[in-house]
Design a protein around this ligand. Structure first.
Ligand SMILES: Nc1ncnc2c1ncn2[C@@H]1O[C@H](COP(=O)(O)OP(=O)(O)OP(=O)(O)O)[C@@H](O)[C@H]1O
Length: 201
């Protein structure tokens, strides 16, 4: 599979961020680097459709984000550090919502990820009661379970305890995953993962 970005132009009201930006990434892990404010999070949000380019095109394989937005979003998941978007839901309801949004999700696989991250006791809590690290673990459980081609992870290790960091590294490094998914992650520290490449903004 492939993520392709062509002639991307994007700016916030305050200043331009991307001018005629091009990127082509295949399967495996790409480390997106850059100083604070370089545009890493914005690029992940553009690649998952949370932000819309002013001009330019973004594809996953032959699906273009603007032409086929619903088909496109079935193939990608953005794991950001944002606080819960739907604060009135329980953890279980957030998870169920994602399982219904992404047909083909393996519920047993999701359960195994939740167990590994010690989240099973939290399922009936309001999502707002999760700690920062637990919220990250909930998002990562989804990231590791949803059957997507493109996985976008903002600062995957921020807020995680030592065991969770080791577990996440192991899960992201499995050859089966590296062959089937395009994974783009931002990190200020060397991620210590098998990388297929690095992109410097
Ligand atoms: N909603 C917004 N409105 C206006 N400017 C924004 C908005 N979001 C981000 N920016 C600006 O765009 C630039 C890029 O921000 P972004 O969060 O993409 O950078 P980053 O590389 O992820 O930074 P960091 O390493 O600090 O997380 C920054 O200068 C930021 O202030």
């Amino acid at each position: 599979m492939e993520l392709r970005i062509e002639q991307l132009n994007f700016e916030y009201a305050s200043h331009p961020l991307f001018r005629q930006f091009n990127l082509r990434l295949g399967a495996g892990i790409t480390w997106l680097r850059g100083e604070n404010g370089a545009g890493k999070t914005s690029l992940l949000k553009l690649a998952c459709g949370v932000l819309a380019p002013h001009t330019g095109k973004i594809w996953i394989d032959d699906i273009e984000i603007h032409a086929q937005p619903l088909a496109y979003r079935l193939h990608c998941y953005y794991c950001g550090g944002d606080t819960p978007q739907l604060p009135w839901l329980t953890v279980r309801e957030i998870l169920d919502m994602h399982v219904s949004l992404y047909p083909g999700t393996d519920a047993e696989q999701l359960n195994a990820q939740l167990a590994a991250f010690h989240l099973l006791p939290t399922l009936d809590q309001p999502v707002t009661t999760l700690s920062l690290g637990q919220h990250k673990k909930m998002q990562l459980s989804l990231a590791l379970s949803l059957p997507v081609k493109l996985l976008l992870i903002d600062e995957p290790f921020n807020g995680l305890d030592v065991d969770a960091v080791a577990y996440l590294r192991q899960q992201l490094s499995t050859p089966e995953r590296l062959q089937r998914q395009c994974i783009v992650l931002t990190s200020h520290l060397e991620p210590a993962l098998p990388l297929q490449g690095t992109v410097q903004l």
